[in-house]
Design a protein around this ligand. Structure first.
Ligand code: DAH
Length: 363
């Protein structure tokens, strides 16, 4: 009889039997089960058989058939259990307490979070304050105060996602350079780098400063092996009366050796509007240990971060006196560190949450 036509009382009884059946692991327990269901006086089935007479005549036949069918099934099951026990076997469905328990999968820390925690730990031990900043920024903090005025060519290096652009016809990108400065300055955007937080922090607190700022940043990039429109950075900023380029280099060496082990670190002259001088920092290629390979384009070196000495114009924008303080700043890509550290060649893997990828990282 199809189960869906079962009377509720019959279904409840069948469920109850299935539930109790695994407990019949001994002859004694089996007898208890038989009595509970088929006992002459008050067995569950017996009770239902007695009820048949109380049903209206047109339902009686159907209900009676259901009770008797279930009774036959239970009898057969109990007989089967009896045979199994006689044969000295374990009944199917019985609990085998000697079996190893089922494996419970344990989640693990995402590789990007792992790198973030490591970097935070390194800088916390060097006495840095760790803080986050807003992902929605304005033009002033993301560009202008970082020495990129509305018509500065360096803005073209950033492909910005604008949220509320005061556009007078055409697209923001096409008109950016020609818009009246007041309108450019009113723009709201997704920060293109964590450097915006340098400005927020310096505008709020006086020197000395030692901070790192982890967080998400956004750019209008298409997905490919090395680009995602959202990625994560660490911003670092150190400001004080006597901060020098030697402090910058020493700090990077300490950090990068902790992160990557015994690597060489080199500074390469570069350009950022908010630092002078600016440097890109390279470490020994992780793939070939400096010998030269495809990963490092046969140079033996891999670029790992952008940095420099804070530009005096940035200090002026936040009301610091460039005659009194100096500082260094840097930006480090978290995905990039994770890719080099773990030998991942496609940045998109970090954001697909494919367990086959994630399970390869240690617990
Ligand atoms: N903002 C740069 C980027 O997103 C990284 C950077 C370079 C940050 C130099 C800095 C710096 O603080 O001094 O690529």
């Amino acid at each position: 009889m199809p189960a869906h036509t079962d009377h509720p009382a019959i279904k409840a009884l069948r469920d109850l039997f299935e539930q109790q059946r695994p407990s019949a692991t001994t002859e004694q327990a089996l007898k208890g089960l038989r009595d509970a269901f088929l006992g002459r006086k008050s067995g569950h089935i017996t009770e239902q058989l007695k009820r048949i007479a109380t049903f209206p005549p047109e339902e009686r036949r159907d209900f009676g058939a259901q009770v008797n069918a279930l009774k036959a099934q239970i009898e057969a099951a109990l007989d089967g259990l009896h045979d199994t026990l006689q044969a000295g076997q374990k009944p199917a469905g019985a609990v085998d307490v000697t079996l190893a328990s089922r494996e419970i999968p344990i989640g693990r820390i995402h590789p990007l979070m792992r790198v973030r925690q490591q970097v935070e730990d390194i800088f916390a031990r060097m006495g840095y304050e760790i803080l986050e900043g807003p992902e929605v920024e304005d033009d002033f903090h993301n560009f202008e105060a970082l020495n990129m005025p509305p018509d500065h060519p360096a803005r073209d290096m950033q492909d910005t996602l604008y949220l509320a652009a005061p556009i007078v016809g055409g697209t923001w990108g096409a008109h950016r350079g020609r818009l009246p400065k007041a309108q450019v300055r009113a723009a709201t955007l997704l920060r293109t780098h964590t450097s915006a937080m340098q400005i927020r922090y310096m505008k709020t607190f006086p020197p000395p400063i030692r901070i790192i700022v982890p967080g998400r940043v956004y750019r209008r990039d298409n997905l490919d092996l090395s680009h995602t429109p959202m990625f994560q950075q660490f911003e670092g900023l150190v400001v004080g009366p006597h901060v020098t380029l030697a402090d910058l280099k020493g700090t990077f060496e300490a950090m990068l050796r902790e992160l990557f082990g015994d690597v060489k670190v080199r500074l390469r002259p570069s350009f950022f509007p908010y630092t002078e001088p600016s440097a890109e920092v390279d470490i020994t290629c992780q793939a070939c240990a400096g010998a030269g390979c495809g990963t490092c384009k046969h140079s033996g070196w891999l670029e790992i971060l952008g940095s420099g000495m804070v530009h005096p114009a940035v200090f002026e924008a936040v009301g610091y006196d460039p005659e009194q303080v100096t500082g260094f700043a840097f930006g480090l890509g978290i995905e990039r560190v994770a890719m080099l550290k773990y030998g991942v060649d496609d940045i998109r893997l970090f954001y697909e949450n494919d367990l086959r990828f994630l399970e390869q990282f240690p617990l």
